[in-house]
Design a protein around this ligand. Structure first.
Ligand SMILES: Cc1cc2nc3c(=O)[nH]c(=O)nc-3n(C[C@H](O)[C@H](O)[C@H](O)COP(=O)(O)O)c2cc1C
Length: 197
């Protein structure tokens, strides 16, 4: 028998949106994933869009039908389906989020629905906040719940040393707020999906 939705462990998926060689995004994601792993409310794992290597959307049928014809789509569907909450680690490119992230969202519909989404953004003076505002419109369209707390990291290049992200206290505190809010909403939304709420 499947465990009762309110007590079964929840799966948090952290998605690395930047795919370029030399990116700092992976170091930010490694930091956040380590924090999430210390948090007992979630089983946490990272999906790196560079490693997932989805081609530009190449399914012939609308994703809402779930009639997938490609193994990469089935793999992505399985990962997202098994997730209870998401954290998108995103840079800001030209005032928006990077194209591979939109591509990854567009592949699926039902698998995203009624799950909370959080953002850790970084960039120059704007800290990736313009990318997050844009992204919130997209995730809401997929019926994810974009939560209020975010981690916003300005001047990211000054905080990466020898390939590692060096967070300040403010980032650590923001990460905790994000994880708290995700845990609260993810639990309720899982009951919503199971029809027990
Ligand atoms: C194509 C491109 C566009 C960028 N546009 C912005 C921008 O609009 N705002 C900003 O704050 N930084 C911008 N930057 C600087 C990035 O914040 C910085 O390069 C950061 O390291 C990118 O994340 P990544 O290394 O994980 O790819 C841009 C960088 C690139 C490569």
């Amino acid at each position: 028998m499947a465990p009762e939705p309110s007590v079964a462990p929840m799966t948090l998926t952290t998605v690395v949106a930047s795919t370029r060689p030399g990116r700092v995004g992976r170091s930010v994601a490694d930091w956040f994933t380590a924090r999430a792993a210390e948090y007992d409310q979630f089983e946490s794992h990272t999906v790196d869009l560079r490693e997932l290597a989805l081609p530009f959307f190449d399914e012939p049928h609308p994703p809402a039908l779930r009639q997938y014809t490609k193994s990469h789509t089935r793999e992505w569907s399985r990962i997202v389906d098994a997730s209870d909450a998401f954290v998108f680690i995103t840079p800001e490119y030209n005032g928006g989020f990077p194209a591979p992230l939109k591509n990854a969202w567009d592949y699926l519909v039902v698998e995203w629905q009624h799950k909370p989404a959080a953002f850790v953004s970084y960039g120059g003076v704007t800290a990736g906040t313009r990318a997050v505002q844009m992204a919130k419109q997209v995730v809401a369209n997929l019926r994810m719940l974009p939560i209020g707390p975010t981690v916003s990291i300005p001047f990211i290049n000054e905080l990466v040393e020898d390939g590692d992200f060096r967070p300040g206290k403010i980032h650590e505190a923001a990460a905790e707020q994000v994880l708290d809010e995700l845990a609260r909403t993810a639990r309720v939304m899982r009951r919503l999906r199971s029809g027990t709420y």
